[in-house]
Write a protein that binds this ligand. Sequence first.
Ligand code: ITT
Length: 191
Amino acid sequence: MVNAAPRTITFVSRNPGKAREVAAVLAPFGIRVRWRRRELAEPQASSLAEVVRAKLAAVQDVPGRVLVEDSGLFIPSLHGFPGVYSAHFLEVWGFGPMLELLQRRERRAYFRTVAGVRHGRRIATFSGEVHGSIASRPRGRGGFGYDPIFIPTGWKQTFAEVPAAEKDTISHRARAIRKVGEFLARSRPDR
Ligand code: ITT
């Protein structure tokens, strides 16, 4: 017999857009997401996985099952930039310098998410990616972060031009968080 899914998990992040997407993706698994808005210090790290390990270490005070994630936009023609520096880069520079650099370079890009779950001393991580390209100018009002300039492969619109539920069908985050949902559905139910 399959175990009943644990019903709640606490998602720790400063980002309301992420919290909405995580809740929407976990809902079909019967999992309710409690969002705790908190800015977690991000170390100078060379990978998303390293940042996630630091975030998991920083949420040890949060009771029950806890979820964190770190995401980035990687552009191969810019040697993977902004990658782990995506948040900092966007806050300081906006889209301008990137769009300018890409006028003379390959526009292929991908988003990657690494999600980490902690329950007591046990941790598990899951990842997801979506590939696409960078638009020549920002388009759309939905989503957040880099959504107005990211066009998934096979689409004409940016992530910011489609309803949230459509982004959730293929996004890096949805792919990583669905793996979290499957993992939680397999694990022992809440006591
Ligand atoms: P945390 O508190 O969870 O760390 P954050 O917004 O700082 O929230 P990240 O460091 O993981 O999150 O995000 C890196 C940057 O990439 C940041 O500017 C985000 O807005 C952006 N980003 C993350 N996921 C995105 C997505 O699905 N679509 C567009 N931009 C995204």
